[in-house]
Design a protein around this ligand. Structure first.
Ligand code: NA7
Length: 556
């Protein structure tokens, strides 16, 4: 049963083609389709640019790709049966295993039939009279829907290669974020990789084992800490599965959506011995424990941050045999955790291998790619293969690529010319019935993504249900609510150490991109409380109205 039929009986304006169009078939799009179609009876169409489901995990098939939140937590919670049935093999699942999981979800909930694959959305224009979105796709088609839900992802538009001459290179060029699905054989090859963020660090460790020689071009060293991956302990799996509802609730009540104990308040309030004990414990636990679990002031107090930064530096120096290489790999000029921390497995030891060379391009930048390799201001290098692990136009990139146009012909690109303006990181004034799943200025990438996604999709579903029950058809944040949210998100960011560091969190990895914190830093638990309060106060900050009814009354 859909509300379209009911609408047709009372209106002279024909119903839109769909109740909702969902963009993307990754974690967000798959759950949005299931929720809206199977639990609410809406007519939903998903558009997906790839030829399979998986989103991030479909595109990022580079060697070494894996999640860095424990698989038992980095998974959907919406189906008790699914979370009981699915068996993860490792503490942190590899990309192929996560992709298998998402394919299983697509099959299990019969999602594929409503997904148009290899169909990229190229325009989405709000039709004021029809009170609907007109969505155009690459193949020239146009369909309409009352609601437009972006599940296009936060890290789905790779940064454009910014090296002159890259098209002249005679060998092969690969982007980690658009890796060939048939894989790449590096045996006997002279390989270059540019970039040492999370993707680069994962790829370097694996490719070094296969390539004849691997040259790593590093502009900024990172504070990587151990992932601590291992086969999943069956006792641990049994324990989590026996308590999953509680585990999920506990997760949602933490800052990052992972059920780790709270950090101690301050690194400066304990003795150096106690501090080291805490760092040692979290370092050996692995993964996000080290970022989230030590002390509550490391991201707000430079002196506190210095203690954890120095701890990581010490670890790097111990693990890299050549002191000159160790020094290059050691970050010194920005605080720990102000770039998204990567997690590693033998990354630093990789630089002890004879077939790996580190080239520091901070002082001698890459000038161009030549026919045979890479030229820096100091030297020329020859390669068979160049890999770009240079990151993404994160958070806003995917949304600004889709040609979204709201009321009065205003483009999202114009509206966001100085950075994103959202309410709750989920909606935009002037763009009614548009929902951004894990959009900019929501906790998004700092909240365990599958849970962040479920929360947002559930919020959207409740909002649609509320409209339906009230005989209403549009929801849009007020200009004031949006201004207030942007100010609130920015104010929280200003109280942290993040704004000073060049990172993709700040939009500072893309030349010309406005420097604004793209992530809500108040914590997932706080954010969830705010959203619940908004709903409890009858969608405070939103205007809910019956625009289509008004339009058809005018037509009539
Ligand atoms: P990141 O974290 O943005 O890392 C990109 C890396 O590429 C980083 O080391 C950059 O150095 C480097 N880079 C980018 N452009 C250049 C140029 N022009 N020259 C040299 N080096 C360059 O992207 P990832 O894909 O690794 O990770 C993204 C997220 O995916 C990650 O944070 C997780 O959330 C999952 P820079 O630091 O800018 O000096």
């Amino acid at each position: 049963m859909t509300d379209a039929n009911a609408f047709e009986r009372t209106s002279t304006v024909p119903a839109p083609d769909f109740d909702a169009i969902v963009i993307g078939a990754g974690f967000a799009g798959l759950y949005a389709l299931h929720k809206l179609r199977d639990q609410m009876g809406l007519r939903v169409q998903v558009f997906e640019a790839g030829d399979g489901v998986g989103g991030t995990w479909y595109w990022n098939q580079y060697p070494g790709a894996r999640c860095d939140i424990e698989s038992l937590h980095y998974s959907y919670s919406f189906s008790a049966e699914l979370q009981q049935d699915w068996e993860w093999s490792e503490k942190y699942a590899s990309q192929p295993e996560i992709l298998r999981y998402l394919n299983h979800v697509a099959d299990r909930f019969e999602l594929r039939k409503d997904i148009a694959f290899e169909t990229r959305v190229t325009s989405a224009v709000w039709d004021e009279e029809g009170t609907r979105w007109q969505v155009g796709t690459q193949d020239g088609g146009t369909v309409t829907a009352q609601y437009l839900i972006s599940g296009a992802g936060n890290l789905s538009v790779p940064k454009k290669p910014e090296f002159d001459g890259i098209d002249d290179f005679a060998g092969d060029v690969y982007l980690t974020g658009k890796w060939p699905h048939e894989g790449v054989d590096f045996t006997g090859k002279n390989v270059a990789i540019i970039g040492t963020g999370s993707s680069g660090i994962q790829a370097i460790t694996e490719i070094a084992k296969e390539a004849k020689h691997l040259t790593v071009f590093q502009r900024t060293p990172n504070y990587a800490s151990p992932l601590g991956n291992e086969p999943l302990n069956p006792d641990r799996v049994r324990e989590v599965k026996a308590n999953y509802p509680q585990v999920r609730e506990d997760s949602r009540n933490t800052r990052g959506g992972i059920p780790y104990p709270d950090p101690l308040p301050s690194a400066l309030a304990v003795t150096p011995e106690e501090r080291r004990r805490v760092f040692d414990e979290c370092w050996s636990e692995g993964g996000f424990r080290f970022f989230l679990g030590t002390f509550g002031d490391i991201l707000v107090d430079k002196a506190a941050n210095d203690t954890i930064a120095e701890y990581v530096r010490e670890q790097i120096r111990q693990r890299v045999s050549d002191p000159t290489v160790a020094a290059k790999l050691t970050p010194t000029d920005y605080p720990y955790g102000t770039k998204r921390p990567p997690y590693e497995t033998s990354y630093y030891e990789t630089f002890n291998r004879d077939n790996v060379t580190l080239v520091d391009v901070a002082d001698a930048p890459i000038v161009s790619v030549t026919e045979t390799g890479v030229r820096t201001t100091e030297a020329e290098y020859d390669f068979d293969v160049i890999i770009l692990a240079t990151g993404f136009d994160a958070m806003t990139g995917p949304l600004l690529e889709m040609g979204i146009v709201g009321r009065d012909g205003q483009t999202l690109a114009d509206k966001w010319a100085d950075g994103p303006h959202t309410y709750l990181g989920l909606s935009v004034h002037g763009f009614p019935n548009l929902f951004l799943i894990t959009g900019p200025q929501s906790p998004s990438v700092l909240y365990n993504m599958p849970l962040a996604i479920e929360d947002h999709v559930d919020f959207v579903a409740d909002a649609i249900e509320t409209l339906k029950h009230g005989g209403l058809d549009t929801i849009e944040p007020t200009a004031d609510a949006e201004t207030g949210w942007v100010a609130h998100a920015n104010e929280i960011a200003q109280h942290t150490l993040l704004p000073e560091t060049d990172s993709w969190w700040m939009g500072a990895n893309i030349p010309g991109k406005p420097r604004v914190c793209l992530v809500y830093l108040g914590g997932a638990d706080v954010y969830r409380g705010i959203c619940a309060d908004v709903v409890a106060k009858d969608y405070e900050g939103f205007t809910l109205s019956a625009e289509r009814e008004r339009a058809s009354a005018q037509v009539g």
